[in-house]
Write a protein that binds this ligand. Structure first.
Ligand SMILES: *[C@@H]1O[C@H](CO)[C@@H](O)[C@H](O)[C@H]1NC(C)=O
Ligand SMILES: *[C@@H]1O[C@H](CO)[C@@H](O)[C@H](O)[C@H]1NC(C)=O
Ligand SMILES: [Cu+2]
Length: 420
């Protein structure tokens, strides 16, 4: 049978074969594409330890499905050139070795030293190749969040960034991700991603005492007060302690409830990277139960992407609210957030969550019915529906422009990766 290829077995190790006999909430039997069956949870456990196991099971299911499909030469997943032999595997930060982590952060620092592609006449503050991504995100913010393109746009953006690290900075690995469920359990400052060590993504900002709440919502929506975190100032340790944030702010929420901006945020405004690690946000909105809920509850793409970003007015900011978990500047700025290198690990996990959700009803969720929404933020101002033919263009960050149809699967079209 198809799964008995060495690579498939290797992918399966630690997945189905290790499926934990942990107590499950309403388990259900699901038939895999190769005819084998597996037992998946259908509702998130309120016990986060159990929910962590559920998340592992769901991720294993997505891995098994992808490897079975790639091993099957008659599968429809032959449209691109993706095979088990060239499949990239994106891993959780904590599972990388010290040298793999350093290779990643060194590549990011390399991108920050390279010249920008963006003409300074268009974005004067874009000084480095790293800034090209930030500039593109600022320019398109109102047409890529709460839109039909949100998930696919950020999938392509993160993938092109990974390609730039590899092709322009000699990085040999793949984009790592930040598993929020893990940091919700350990605390952020204790995690390998954010402990501030040389093998982390740098840690907290310097502690600024007595900071007021951050206020989300407003503009007619109920306010969501978020307590300030345990940092607030400049990052002082780890690989990014000397980094300059060049662009922004545009809509930066700061403690005390204000939002600050520097005009359109495209001017040159060099300053330190600030973080304000906020365990409260991580635990409240992105614990293992929240992640599993996000994967299991929504049955259509509209509900999925709204749950993930938070239904406006619901008081829930969704797992995407992890931008407020890292806090600081530019972390809390919807426009400039890719200016914190942690953005790409966060969006790696967003993409992983989408990938797992898609695997539960693959054909439907990677086709036309896997798209909902229009081209503008909460359809304001009103704009046409996003379709398979809608084009995503990353401007000066990377090309070529691609259609939505090519971005819905991670193993068809231009992509060839899965998450472990
Ligand atoms: C964990 O997430 C669930 C679902 O999002 C939420 O109801 C619960 O309050 C969270 N736990 C904590 C400790 O905040
Ligand atoms: C900003 O976006 C518009 C279209 O949305 C595009 O025409 C323009 O070239 C973009 N500017 C930059 C600097 O990417
Ligand atoms: Cu974004």
């Amino acid at each position: 049978m198809r799964l008995n290829t060495p690579v498939a077995l290797c992918l399966l190790a630690g997945s189905l074969s290790n499926a934990l006999p942990a107590p499950q909430e309403n388990p259900t039997t699901t038939t895999l594409s190769d005819g084998a069956t597996t037992t998946l949870p259908t509702a998130a456990s309120k016990d986060t330890a159990v929910a962590s196991d559920q998340l592992e099971q769901l991720a294993s299911f997505a891995q098994d499905q992808a490897s079975a499909s790639l091993a099957d030469s008659s599968s429809k997943q032959k449209r691109g050139s993706c095979t088990l032999g060239n499949l990239a595997i994106r891993r959780e930060w904590g599972s990388l070795s010290a040298s793999e982590r350093k290779a990643y952060t060194n590549a990011v620092l390399c991108l920050q030293k390279k010249q920008a592609n963006t003409p300074s006449s268009l974005i004067p503050g874009a000084k480095s190749r790293f800034d090209d991504w930030v500039g593109t995100h600022i320019n398109q913010t109102m047409t890529i969040h709460y839109t039909g393109t949100f998930l696919a746009w950020h999938r392509y953006f993160t993938w092109q960034y990974e390609q730039a690290l590899r092709n322009e900075c000699g990085y040999k690995g793949y984009q790592p991700y930040w598993d929020w469920a893990k940091t919700a359990a350990t605390g952020l400052a204790n995690s390998p991603i954010l402990d501030g060590s040389d093998t982390s993504m740098s840690g907290n900002g310097e502690f600024i005492p007595g900071q007021g709440n951050i206020i989300l919502g407003g503009n007619g929506l109920p306010e969501i007060p978020i307590p300030a975190g345990t940092g607030g100032g400049c990052v002082t340790r780890g690989p990014f302690k000397d980094m300059n944030v060049n662009l922004g702010p545009v809509a930066l929420g700061v403690p005390g409830g204000d939002t600050i901006s520097n005009g359109d945020g495209l001017g040159y405004n060099p300053r330190c990277l600030k973080r304000d690690l906020t365990d409260w946000v991580n635990r409240r909105f992105a614990n293992a139960t929240s992640v599993v809920n996000t994967i299991l509850k929504p049955k259509d793409i509209y509900d999925f992407q709204m749950t993930l970003q938070g239904y406006p007015g619901s008081g829930d900011i969704g797992v995407h609210g992890g931008h407020y978990t890292m806090g600081g500047d530019p972390g809390r700025d919807l426009f400039v957030s890719p200016g914190d290198p942690l953005f790409y690990l966060h969006h790696g996990m967003i993409d992983r969550t989408w990938w797992i959700w898609q695997s539960l009803d693959y054909n439907k969720r990677t086709g036309a019915s896997g798209i909902a929404g229009t081209g503008t933020f909460l359809n304001t101002p009103p704009s046409p529906d996003t379709t398979l033919d809608t084009v995503i263009d990353l401007g000066y960050a990377a090309g070529p422009p691609v259609k939505m149809a090519d971005l819905l699967s991670t193993t068809e079209g231009p992509f060839c990766y899965i998450y472990l």
